[in-house]
Design a binder for this molecule. Structure first.
Ligand code: MF3
Ligand code: CO
Ligand code: CO
Length: 393
C-alpha cells in the first residue's frame, strides 16, 4: 500500500543490477513484455558484490553518467556501470533500462517513452499505463481481467495456509509465492518494485506492513500478514490475509477478527454515488468500538494495469467526504489495525513499518470494483479461506 500522500520519483536513466536468481522472473517478463526483449541481461561485476551496499538491497539503480551515487540505500560505488558492462564472476546481472518517473517496472518494461519522441505505437498502446491524476473508470473487459488476477491471488493465499507453521521462515513463503506465480504465468508485482526485491510482504506481529521476508523461523503464537500482488495478463490482483502460527494468543485472535470485520464493513459501505469517506467511517467506527486503532500512514489504492494509482483509499474518515465512488472504479481496501496506538515508524531498511508502541498489528486486503449496484470483490477465496481458523479456542 502506498504512503498516504506522497509518490516517489525515479531518476531518469537507470541501470539495474539484480541477482541471477531472478533469471526465471526476467524470462517471464521477457515473455510477457515484447519491449523488454531487446534489453541486454549481461552478467556484470565491474562493481564487486561487497561494494554494492546494503545486503538488504542486493541491486542498485545508478544514474547514468553519475559515477558515485545511486538511490537505493545510500551506499556509494566507485564507478558508473555502462549498460551491458560484461564480466562474469558476480552474482549480479546488469540490465540497461529506460527511465520511469512514476510506476513500477516501467524501467524494465520501458513503458514510458521519452516525451521528446512523440507518440509511438507503444505510447498509444500503453497510454493508460501511468498515473494521470484522474481516477480511471474501467469496463467489462477490465473487470473480467481483474476477476482472473484476483482469483489467482486468492488461490495463492489459499495455497500458503498449510505452509505457515512454526519453524517456517518467511523467506519460504516468499519462495512459494514466487514459484506459484511462475507456474501460473503471473508476475509478482512487488519484485523490483521501487527497489523491493521480494515477491511478497510478510509482516509479523508488530510489523504493520511491508515486512521483508527473511530467514528467521516463525514461532508458535506469531501472527503474520502475507500480502501478495500478482500481475496476470498485465492486470494487478492485490490481497493480503492474516495467518496464525500454531496456537495464537486470544488478543491476537481478537485483533485478527476485528481487522477482518473492519475490512468487510469498509467494503460493504461501497456503492456508486457514495464516497471514499463512507469506507473510512465504516472501518474507523467499528475499530474504535473495539478499542483498537486504525493506521493512518498507509492507505488503499486504485489499481488495474498499474499497481498503485488514484484514488487513495484512506481507512478513516467521515461519511460523505472524499471522492465520489463511480461504477468502474477499481481499488483496494486494506486496513491496518493496531491493538495499541495507531502510530508507525519505518525501519532503516526503508520498508518495514512497525507500530511505535510495539503493539500487535493486523491487516487484510481485498481488491474490489465498484459496480452499478454496489461492489464486487475480486480476491475472494474460492475455498472460503479468507480469514484464518484458529487452533486456540
Ligand atoms: N501489496 C502492497 C499493497 O497492498 C504493496 C507492497 S509494495 C512493496 O499495496 F514494494 F512493498 F512490496
Ligand atoms: Co494494496
Ligand atoms: Co497488497
Amino acid at each position: 500500500m502506498p504512503v498516504t500522500s506522497s509518490v516517489g520519483k525515479r531518476p531518469e536513466g537507470v541501470l539495474l543490477l539484480f541477482e541471477a536468481r531472478f533469471d526465471r522472473f526476467f524470462n517471464a517478463l521477457a515473455r510477457n513484455q515484447e519491449e523488454f526483449k531487446h534489453l541486454p541481461a549481461t552478467p556484470c561485476a565491474s562493481i564487486p558484490a561487497h561494494k554494492i551496499g546494503s545486503p538488504a538491497l542486493p541491486y542498485l539503480y545508478l544514474r547514468r553518467g553519475c559515477p558515485a551515487s545511486h538511490d537505493a540505500g545510500g551506499a556509494r560505488v566507485g564507478a558508473a556501470l555502462a549498460p551491458g558492462t560484461a564480466c562474469g564472476h558476480s552474482p549480479m546481472v546488469a540490465v540497461a533500462a529506460k527511465a520511469c518517473a512514476t510506476c513500477r517496472f516501467a524501467y524494465i518494461r520501458d513503458r514510458h517513452s521519452p516525451q521528446t519522441n512523440g507518440m509511438t505505437y507503444i505510447d498509444a498502446a500503453v497510454a493508460p499505463l501511468r498515473k494521470t491524476g484522474q481516477i480511471k473508470i474501467y469496463g467489462d473487459n477490465a473487470f473480467a481481467a481483474m476477476r482472473k488476477a484476483g482469483r489467482l491471488v486468492a488461490e495463492c493465499l489459499d495455497m500458503l495456509g498449510p505452509e505457515i507453521a512454526p519453524g517456517a521462515p518467511t523467506s519460504r513463503i516468499d519462495q512459494l509465492v514466487f514459484e506459484f506465480a511462475m507456474d501460473h504465468g503471473a508476475l509478482p508485482a512487488t519484485l523490483m518494485y521501487r527497489g523491493y526485491t521480494k515477491s511478497t510482504c510478510t509482516s509479523v506481529n508488530h510489523v504493520v506492513c511491508h515486512g521483508i521476508p527473511n530467514e528467521k523461523p516463525l514461532k508458535d503464537g506469531d501472527i503474520v500478514n502475507v500480502d501478495v500482488t500478482l500481475i496476470v495478463d498485465g492486470w494487478h490482483g492485490d490481497s493480503s490475509r492474516m495467518y496464525g502460527v500454531g496456537t495464537i494468543p486470544r488478543r491476537a485472535e481478537r485483533l485478527i477478527e476485528v481487522t477482518y470485520e473492519a475490512m468487510m464493513r469498509g467494503i460493504a459501505a461501497i456503492r456508486p454515488g457514495g464516497t471514499a469517506g463512507d469506507i473510512g467511517e465504516a472501518i474507523e467506527t467499528f475499530v474504535k468500538q473495539h478499542n483498537m486503532s486504525v493506521v493512518r500512514d498507509f492507505c488503499g489504492h486504485g489499481l488495474g494495469r498499474l499497481f498503485h494509482d488514484e484514488p487513495n483509499i484512506v481507512h478513516v474518515g467521515r461519511s460523505g467526504e472524499g471522492i465520489t465512488l463511480k461504477p468502474g472504479m477499481l481499488f483496494t481496501v486494506e486496513p491496518m489495525i493496531n491493538l495499541g496506538r495507531p502510530h508507525v515508524k519505518v525501519l532503516s531498511d526503508g520498508w518495514t513499518a512497525v507500530t511505535r508502541d510495539r503493539s500487535l498489528s493486523a491487516q487484510f486486503e481485498h481488491t474490489v470494483g465498484v459496480t452499478e449496484t454496489g461492489v464486487e470483490i475480486f480476491t475472494l477465496s474460492p475455498k472460503g479461506l479468507d480469514k484464518p481458523h484458529y487452533e486456540s479456542a
